[in-house]
Design a binder for this molecule. Sequence first.
Ligand code: ZN
Length: 213
Amino acid sequence: MAVDPTFRAAVEAFLDANDRGVLPIVQAGHPVLRVPAAVYDGQLGDLFEDLVHAMRLTMLDAPGVGLAAPQIGVGLAVAVVWDPGTGEGAAEDPRERTPLEHRVLVNPSYEAVGNERRAFYEGCLSVDGYQAVVSRHRSVRLTGQDETGRELDEVLTGWPARIIQHETDHLRGQLYLDHAELRSLSTNENLARFWADSPDPSTAARILRFDLP
Ligand code: ZN
């Protein structure tokens, strides 16, 4: 739990250069997105809270439902997540998009619970303008810590489980495209034009000719 003064100063300068507000989001092709993030062990000291605050502002501004530190160019195993869900319609939504509270994941890890998988379109703030279908575990067990150092051990299902998998994969140097059905790749405009009637991707799979699990 030792503060790294050089690293802390660099992150502080970065936050200050952006007026402690919304940070620029790194796009695919930048090495920081492909290197496994460093375990967070107190390197930032009291600046940690400020980093998390700026990450939250950045996620909400984008807008997105999760943001991993490498996406703002900081190679630490830290992510923020938040999703209000689909509200009234959540019961009929095959994505099971139930609300996910604002939370901070520190050194997160997940493993599958059961062997059910679900395939849906998802996107990434670091692959701006596109979405693709990714098959993921329907339920996962999340471990790691929260922002206070408390140990996490819980099971999430549905869309919250997808968000956790997506953000944790970032911290391993992975992007969702690594696991996507590439023939499903769609611009946001074409997703809205052709495939937005239902979150169920089976019509898109038939016409664009990609496989579903
Ligand atoms: Zn992402």
